[in-house]
Every structure is written in structure tokens, then in C-alpha cells.
Ligand binder design. Structure first.
Ligand code: ATP
Ligand code: MG
Length: 563
């Protein structure tokens, strides 16, 4: 057995095992050629990322590989250029490159047409005039075999003539179809004389008005794989039952190449819907604000929310590849982004819901600048000078008028540490006419500068964040929760829209940011200490009005305790 040394993979899933074994026996001239074949009828979602990471990932692990990005553009009624461009952007953003291996199924329309003619000439395909309803009835069911179409014995010459006239535009949509002649009694419904061409008098984004007929997915897909010399055609489990049909097309047409199809489980995430039909519905009925809504499982939405390409690739690695459908917890995805941002995100101070604090023993006009590192464990990330003065904002949630014993934050008479600053004691509260606390009157201990323990050895348990009122920047912050409040939206007979979470977005308008965030950058993540990871919104934010999205929360021990 000849062994190759072009295997760099450290992963051992069943697909890589198979590829490694094929390389070892020099199958396919020791090459690995894969493809990612999206239909440009919507934006890519996290499920597609699994397929992208697999197909593009594998060829980078085996040195002799390439991966095509192939747009499966066989249905011009649903596809458009907007989606094509968006898909290309998303693949690049994820960190993959198709180099010069960009293709469209429409590039092969002439070859596919020639293959169809070849089938007709072999008496392996015929033109059928049954209506959609009749076709359905003739197809049979899982329990009942199908019936032959009355057109099944049409002569080859007549089939050719009709097929050519279909393409010439003589018939209206739906009047005639071309079907493969296989076996109406097959237990596999896919083999019951499937349609391979239908009439669609539509302009196509790539081929314009050249075609009045378009190939069906099952016909076009396996032949496109073969035309591209795909060695391993990796697809999701629902195509397992289509494999015999693909084999039939490839064997009957005796194509030069016969790619090997290997199926794996599609990604499904709890609290999420992933089918493009459902995502379209969410967008079209304004349940979300477009495909790039940060609550969407689309890559463009996740990017806007602050997910990084590295976190998504890590997620795809962690979930691995299996042969059985399981639902992954969305918490796994959230942990991946936390894991990535833990080391990358600058730590900054931001008050989401401000409560005014006046430090009575701090001089009126004084401003101090306190050194604060951007990352507690990584000095290379630098530091900034935080202004500190008499009037501050702290988080409303960090104060309770009648706190329970275990609440280690601020309450009347209680003392906390202000992050990077001083110890602070609440002396009294100021209320408005409705009885709501609007201001805290406090004192600070000048001997605790930098948050150090004072000479008397006094300890405090809680450290809270703050910003100086006169220096703070006001911003809008959007907090997201799961889009659905049912782990399995649409399970059973329920309409998935019934499971929409009415509180999936909360907009806070009066958030107070430390001044360094004036120069916050797009596509960069920040940890707002104690409240989560955030990024600038890449659509709505402007220098005049900063808008941040919360990517993900930090783990909150208080929230757990209060449960
Ligand atoms: P949907 O069912 O959401 O409309 P699709 O499978 O029709 O998705 P395509 O554009 O045809 O979408 O998918 C392109 C590729 O991505 C296919 O090879 C498909 O198997 C893969 N893919 C789609 N959804 C998932 C998923 N949830 N998990 C893994 N791979 C997926
Ligand atoms: Mg599809």
C-alpha cells in the first residue's frame, strides 16, 4: 500500500478517516476535491457554516486538495444576485477562499441538457404531460407502489422533438416535464421516474433568457459533482435516499467520474430555526429586522451581533461530525464566543442603567486620571486613564435600598470598591416625588486609591463599575435574548412563530460609556465589565450616536443565586 504524506489533519471523524484511507491507496490520484454548493435563495446560516468548515476545512488539512464554491442556481424563480454576493462575503468572512474555483450550476446548463438528450436517446427519459395532481397520484406512497405514466412509452423521436420544443419556448410552464425512466414500483420514491427538467420561462441571473427549461436539483447536482471531479461529495443525511438516484444517473450516463457521496448529520440548534423557508418568513413578516438582525442565526446577523469567525469555526470543530441527528444546545455556541473573546476583548467600564452618585467629600472641580489596564491578564493590551470626579454613574442594579445579607453591592451604610478607583460608602438616598431613588449621596476613602485595602485593614466584598458623569458618552445599547422561548420552535403541530420570544430585544437609550469608547472600532469586541461582550452595531452606529449590541452575557453568579 502506498502511503501519502499530505495528511495534516489531527481530526479523526468518519469522513476524515475515509479520506485518509482513500489517499493511502492513491484513490483519485491522491486528491481531495470537495465543494460547498449553496442555493442562492437566502442568506447563509450557522448550519451552512458547518458545511463550509467541513468542505473548505478538509482541503486545507490535506495538501493536495481544492474546494469549489458552487452556486446551485437551477431555480431562477427564487434565486438572485443579492444572495450570491452575500454568500461570497460570508464564506470569506468565515476565513475561507475558493481561489479560482468559483462555479455556478448554470455554467453547466449546456452539458446537462446534452446529458438529458443522451438519456432520451437511450430510452431512459421521456416527456410526461401529467398534471401536478395526477403526477402526485401516480407516484404512490411509501406503502403503495406508483403507476406508470400513460406517456411512458412515447417514442424516442417524439421525446426529442418535444424536449427541443420545450426549450424553444413552445409550451407554458407546467405543461410538460422530462422524467427519468426508472421504476415506478421502487420502494425508494426518489426512483419513481423523477422529474429531471421543467419549463420555467424566466430570466436567469447568469444565463439571461437562454433557457426556457431548467434542470431539477437531483439531476443537476450529481452531474455537476461529476463534471468538477469532486472526489468526496459531502452532504447532509436527508440525501442518503437520493444516493441511489445519483448513482443511477452517473452509471446510466457512464460519466467519466463518479464522486463518492458521504452523508453527515445537519446542524440543528435548540431555541433556533434554521430552514431558509422559516427564516424568509421571519424577515417577510417583520418578526425580525431583516436577514442581518442580530437575533438571526444567519452569519450576517451573527457577525453584526459580534460573533467572530474564529468562534464559529471553533463551534463547528467542537460539535464534530456524526451520522445521527441531534440537537445542539445554543449554550455551546455561546461558550465558543466567550472563549474567543476572553483573551481578545478590551475590558472597559460602561453603565447600562445609570444611577447618579455624588461623592460629598470629593472636591467639586477636581478630576483625577486613574490608570486602568485593558486586560487584567495581558499587559500587552495596554491601559488607559479613567477620569474620576465628584459625580459618577453606577448601575441601578448595583444598589438596593433594603438589600438582603448576601447582596455585596451598595445599600444605605454599605461600602463597596469602585473598580480601579476607591472605596465608596453610601450615606443617604435622594428620591423623586414617586418615591424612586434618583441619587445616592456617598463618601469615598482617599486612602484606598487604586482600590487598595486601607491602613485599618477594612475589607469590602463587592467591586462595582462606574463612569464619571461629566466625561461619559451617552449611547444606545441593545440587549438580545433568544429569539424563541421554546427549545424546539415549531415542534409537533405548533406554528414556529407562536414560539417567538416577545422579549428577545431590549433597547437601552441612556447608557453611559467611559470616554475611551469614543474611538470604538467596528468588528472589534469589548468586554463591558460585569455585563457582557459588546460590539458596535455595523448598521446603525455613527460617530454622533454610538449603538452597541450585546454579543453574549458573562456568567452571572448573582443571577444564579437569586434563582
Ligand atoms: P435549508 O433547508 O435551510 O433551506 P438547504 O440545505 O436547502 O437549507 P442549501 O443552500 O442547499 O440550503 O445548502 C448548501 C449546503 O449547506 C448543502 O450542502 C447543505 O447540505 C448544507 N447545509 C444546509 N443546512 C445545513 C445544516 N443545518 N447543517 C449542515 N449543513 C447544512
Ligand atoms: Mg437545498
Amino acid at each position: 500500500m502506498k502511503t501519502t504524506n499530505n495528511n495534516l489533519t489531527s481530526k479523526t471523524d468518519f469522513i476524515r478517516q475515509k479520506i485518509t484511507a482513500d489517499l493511502a491507496t492513491n484513490k483519485n490520484q491522491a486528491q481531495v476535491i470537495t465543494r460547498f454548493p449553496p442555493e442562492p435563495n437566502g442568506y447563509l446560516h450557522i448550519g451552512h457554516a458547518k458545511s463550509i468548515c467541513l468542505n473548505f476545512g478538509i482541503v486545507s488539512e490535506y495538501q493536495s486538495g481544492k474546494c469549489y464554491l458552487r452556486f446551485d442556481d437551477t431555480n431562477p424563480s427564487k434565486e438572485n444576485i443579492e444572495y450570491i454576493e452575500a454568500i461570497k462575503n460570508d464564506v470569506h468572512w468565515l476565513g475561507y477562499d475558493w481561489k479560482d474555483n468559483l462555479r455556478h450550476t448554470s455554467d453547466y446548463f449546456q452539458q446537462l441538457y446534452d446529458y438529458a438528450i443522451a438519456l432520451i436517446k437511450m430510452d431512459k427519459a421521456y416527456i410526461c404531460s401529467l398534471t401536478t395532481e395526477e403526477m402526485k397520484e401516480y407516484r404512490g406512497t411509501l406503502q403503495k407502489p406508483g403507476k406508470n405514466s400513460p406517456d411512458r412509452n412515447r417514442s424516442i423521436a417524439e421525446n426529442i422533438n418535444l424536449f427541443e420544443r420545450m426549450q424553444a419556448g413552445e409550451f407554458e410552464d407546467g405543461k410538460l416535464v422530462l422524467r427519468a425512466k426508472i421504476d415506478m414500483g421502487s420502494p425508494n420514491i426518489n426512483m419513481r421516474d423523477p422529474i429531471i427538467y421543467r419549463i420555467k420561462k424566466l430570466s436567469h441571473p447568469m444565463t439571461g433568457d437562454n433557457w426556457s427549461i431548467y434542470p431539477m436539483y437531483d439531476f443537476a447536482h450529481c452531474l455537476s459533482d461529476s463534471i468538477e471531479d469532486i472526489t468526496h461529495s459531502l452532504c447532509t443525511l436527508e440525501f442518503e435516499d437520493h444516493r441511489p438516484l445519483y448513482d443511477w444517473f452517473l452509471d446510466t450516463l457512464n460519466t467519466p467520474k463518479h464522486p463518492q457521496q458521504i452523508e453527515f448529520a445537519r446542524l440543528s440548534l435548540n431555541f433556533t430555526v434554521m430552514s431558509k423557508r422559516k427564516l424568509h418568513e421571519l424577515v417577510e413578516n417583520n418578526h425580525v429586522n431583516g436577514w442581518n438582525d442580530p437575533r438571526m442565526p444567519t452569519l450576517i446577523g451573527m457577525r453584526r451581533r459580534g460573533y467572530t469567525p474564529a468562534s464559529i469555526r471553533d463551534f463547528c470543530d467542537r460539535i464534530g461530525l456524526t451520522k445521527n441527528d441531534t440537537q445542539i444546545e445554543v449554550g455551546v455556541l455561546e461558550n465558543c464566543i466567550r472563549g474567543d473573546l476572553e483573551t481578545k476583548a478590551l475590558r472597559v467600564l460602561v453603565v447600562l442603567k445609570p444611577l447618579r452618585v455624588v461623592i460629598e467629600n470629593y472636591p467639586e472641580a477636581q478630576v483625577e486620571y486613574l490608570d486602568a489596564p485593558y486586560h487584567p491578564k495581558d499587559a500587552s493590551m495596554g491601559s488607559r486613564q479613567l477620569p474620576f470626579s465628584r459625580v459618577l454613574y453606577i448601575e441601578q442594579d448595583d444598589f438596593m435600598e433594603n438589600p438582603p445579607k448576601k447582596f455585596f453591592r451598595l445599600g444605605p451604610g454599605r461600602e463597596v470598591r469602585l473598580r480601579y478607583a476607591y472605596f465608596l460608602t453610601c450615606q443617604s438616598v435622594v428620591k423623586d416625588e414617586t418615591g424612586q431613588v434618583v441619587e445616592l449621596r456617598c463618601t469615598y476613602d482617599p486612602q484606598t486609591k487604586g482600590g487598595i485595602t486601607p491602613p485599618d485593614g477594612r475589607k469590602v466584598k463587592g467591586t462595582i463599575h462606574w463612569v464619571a458623569a461629566n466625561h461619559a458618552i451617552t449611547a444606545e445599547i441593545r440587549l438580545y435574548d433568544r429569539l424563541f422561548n421554546n427549545p424546539n420552535p415549531g415542534a409537533g403541530n405548533l406554528d414556529f412563530k407562536e414560539a417567538l420570544n416577545p422579549n428577545s430585544i431590549k433597547v437601552l437609550n441612556n447608557c453611559q460609556l467611559e470616554p475611551s469608547l469614543k474611538t470604538a472600532e467596528l468588528e472589534k469586541s469589548y468586554q463591558f465589565e460585569r455585563t457582557g461582550y459588546f460590539c458596535l452595531d455595523n448598521i446603525d452606529s455613527s460617530p454622533e450616536k454610538l449603538v452597541f449590541n450585546r454579543t453574549v452575557t458573562l456568567r452571572d453568579s448573582w443571577a444564579k443565586k437569586s434563582k
